[in-house]
Design a protein around this ligand. Structure first.
Ligand SMILES: N[C@@H](CCC(=O)N[C@@H](CS)C(=O)NCC(=O)O)C(=O)O
Length: 214
C-alpha cells in the first residue's frame, strides 16, 4: 500500500495529483507545515523533515519529481509515462526534472526570504531576484512549449504535473500569474482545469468525495 505524507499546497501535491490521475489506491496523511516543527517524531517518518514522504511498502521516497516518475512508471502502463523508445523520452525527462530543479527551487528562496522568515531575517533583494530568476526560466519554457498543448509526447504526462505544480505555486504564492507569457497562461488554465488536478485539490482540502483513504 502507498502512503503519502502531504502538506496542503506543498510539493507533495505532485505526488497527490499523479495518484489521482492514475486512480491508484493510497492512504493520505495530511500534516501541518512545516512538519518537523508540528508533527512529533516526523523525522522517524522522513529523516529530512520534508514533504513529500511517500512509502510504497517499506520503500521511502522524498523527491517530488522522482515520486511522480516512479508512480507513472511503476503503476503503469500509463499514458502519463513516456517510454524510452518514444521520440519525446528525453524531452519528457527533462521537463519532469526541470519542474523541480529549475522552476520550483528559485521560488522557495522567495517563499523563505519574503514570507517564512521573521521580519529581521527577511531579504527583499534575494526574494525579488529569485522571482525574476523564475520568470526568466519560464520565458524559456514558453519558447519550448510554443503552441503545443502539452510539454511532451502530444499528451498529458508526468512532465505536465511537475511543471504545472510550479505554475500553481507561482500563481498562488508568488502572485505572478499576470506575468506568465500568454502561452504559459493558457497552458496553466488547461492544466488547472483537469479533473485529476481538481480532485487532488479537493482531497487536500478534505472533501470526503475525493479519492484518498485517511
Ligand atoms: N526537492 C524536494 C524538496 C522537498 C521540500 O523541501 N519540501 C518542502 C515543502 S514544499 C518542505 O517540506 N519544507 C519543510 C522544511 O524544509 O522543513 C522535492 O521536490 O520534494
Amino acid at each position: 500500500m502507498i502512503t503519502l505524507y502531504h502538506c496542503a499546497g506543498s510539493r507533495s501535491f505532485r505526488a497527490l495529483w499523479a495518484l489521482e490521475e492514475l486512480g491508484v489506491p493510497y492512504v493520505l496523511k495530511m500534516i501541518p507545515f512545516p512538519p518537523r516543527a508540528h508533527v512529533p517524531n516526523y523525522l522517524e517518518v522522513n529523516p529530512l523533515g520534508t514533504v513529500p514522504a511517500l512509502y510504497d511498502g517499506d520503500q521511502l521516497m522524498t523527491e517530488s519529481a522522482a515520486i511522480t516518475q516512479y508512480l507513472v512508471t511503476r503503476y503503469g502502463p500509463s499514458s502519463l509515462a513516456v517510454a524510452p523508445d518514444e521520440p519525446d523520452y528525453a524531452t519528457w525527462l527533462n521537463f519532469l526534472h526541470m519542474g523541480e530543479a529549475t522552476l520550483t527551487f528559485p521560488q522557495t528562496l522567495y517563499l523563505r526570504y519574503a514570507l517564512f522568515e521573521p521580519d529581521e531575517r527577511k531579504q527583499p533583494q534575494v526574494a525579488g531576484d529569485y522571482v525574476q530568476w523564475f520568470l526568466s526560466r519560464l520565458k524559456g519554457v514558453a519558447v519550448i512549449l510554443g503552441d503545443r498543448e502539452y510539454l511532451a509526447a502530444d499528451r498529458f504526462t508526468a512532465a505536465d504535473i511537475s511543471v504545472a505544480y510550479a505554475l500553481r505555486l507561482a500563481s498562488e504564492r508568488l502572485g505572478v500569474r499576470d506575468k506568465f507569457p500568454p502561452n504559459i497562461a493558457a497552458y496553466w488554465a488547461r492544466m488547472s482545469a483537469r479533473s485529476g488536478y481538481l480532485k487532488a485539490g479537493a482531497t487536500e482540502t478534505g472533501d470526503p468525495r475525493a479519492g484518498a483513504t485517511r
